[in-house]
Unconditional design. Structure first.
Length: 394
């Protein structure tokens, strides 16, 4: 039998620990074997992977979910380049250039086969390329320097679109007037859980920001809650609710929903006269008003009733019966809304920015409120019938 040398062990452990453990675990493993003739066991070659069980229980590992199964009905059953960047480990490594290809682009489709694509696994975040990044490029094209470990979260949680793509869609349609419908316009979706875009706010233009208005940038929470990992377990992804209890008496460590009660300002942003409710309630009230304004504009100005269904792409559909709600039979792609105007497209995009980041009330509440205020006000100018209420954050 070929003798496995200490040098061989060192190479194997160094490679493995670079991915999953770091030098501290390497030292512990080597300390177990201080003899060239010590018996080689699986435990010395492959120590326990840290946080493996926590990851296995997380959405990143649940390969039965839509995020990893969306392409099962495709003819080739492969994840397209634009999607595999965030929906497969191999695709993300491709984007980083860790596979030897050009960094910043995915140049091939990747397989969703569980044997080849175990969700978003260790290597996605713990490769050397991921650990050494210092710049994130957001969909707006704005490059943001980040020198903390949570830069690893931001490429896939920065959204897929921004103000830039909304304006490009309008330009490609021939730049129709604000209230002119065009069959060449279609809904632009920010995508899901774009928390990094929310957090950096106006610095990266994740929302549609209206000309003549100022928007807050990066949201600094406090000295001890500055990174994604300060508030979320990086492996389970769960919110560390207990970290909020030191500063917010209304939060109970065993009750995530109690975070909705937090607010630090007595300004009435939604105009309901209640400044004791949580900031999340203020955002939700204005979010509901924006949907009312979108529906009113569709009927009064665009000339075609519109409704929203959160769980069916592309979310906005023609409301054939004018009920104000989208029933199951209406939430079909052929019935997608097709009477878009530039003004309506901008407001609907902002509605989705807030809808698809359920934590925006803590990621950047004032940015959310600004987008909602400005969208409602813009639609009101064109006859939506819904006026903006409350005070806009400055």
């Amino acid at each position: 039998m070929r003798r496995v040398t200490r040098a061989t062990i060192l190479v194997a452990l160094t490679t493995y620990m670079t991915i999953c453990g770091g030098p501290e675990r390497l030292s512990v493993a080597l300390a177990q074997d201080n003899s060239d003739t010590a018996a080689i066991t699986p435990a010395t070659l492959m120590p326990e992977i840290p946080a493996l069980e926590a990851w296995r229980k997380s959405p990143h590992a649940d390969i039965t979910k839509e995020a990893f199964r969306h392409w099962d009905e495709e003819e080739d059953k492969m994840i397209p380049e634009a999607c595999s960047q965030c929906h497969s480990t191999a695709g993300y490594l491709d984007y980083l250039g860790a596979d030897g290809s050009e960094a910043g682009v995915v140049d091939t489709k990747h397989s969703p086969d569980p044997a080849m694509a175990p969700g978003v696994a260790c290597m996605a975040c713990h490769s050397m390329e991921a650990r050494e990044r210092t710049v994130v490029t957001f969909p707006s094209g704005i490059e943001q320097e980040v020198f903390t470990d949570d830069i690893r979260c931001m490429t896939c949680h920065g959204g897929r679109n921004s103000k830039v793509q909304v304006l490009a869609k309008i330009e490609d349609a021939g730049a129709p007037a604000d209230d002119t419908t065009s069959e060449d316009l279609a809904f632009v979706n920010i995508h899901y859980r774009a928390a990094a875009a929310s957090r950096f706010g106006g610095d990266v233009q994740g929302g549609f920001e209206y000309d003549g208005q100022d928007y807050v940038g990066y949201y600094f929470h406090d000295q001890v809650s500055q990174t994604c990992n300060d508030c979320h377990n990086p492996h389970t992804l769960q919110v560390k609710v207990e970290t909020c209890t030191d500063c917010h008496d209304e939060v109970m460590g065993d009750n995530k929903d109690s975070m909705h009660l937090v607010r630090t300002s007595k300004v009435d942003y939604d105009g309901d006269g209640d400044t004791s409710e949580g900031i999340e309630a203020e955002i939700q009230e204005l979010h509901g008003k924006l949907l009312e304004a979108i529906i009113g504009y569709g009927e009064n100005t665009a000339g075609t009733a519109i409704g929203y269904e959160a769980h069916s792409y592309p979310y906005f559909f023609a409301d054939g019966d004018g009920s104000g709600a989208i029933e199951e039979g209406e939430a079909k792609y052929p019935n997608r809304y097709q009477a878009w105007t530039p003004r309506l497209l901008k407001a609907a995009y902002n509605y989705q920015v807030v809808a698809k980041d359920p934590g925006i009330y803590t990621h950047n509440p004032h940015y959310a409120l600004q987008l909602l205020h400005d969208s409602i006000a813009d639609l009101a100018e064109a006859g939506s019938g819904v006026d903006v209420a409350g005070e806009r954050p400055q």
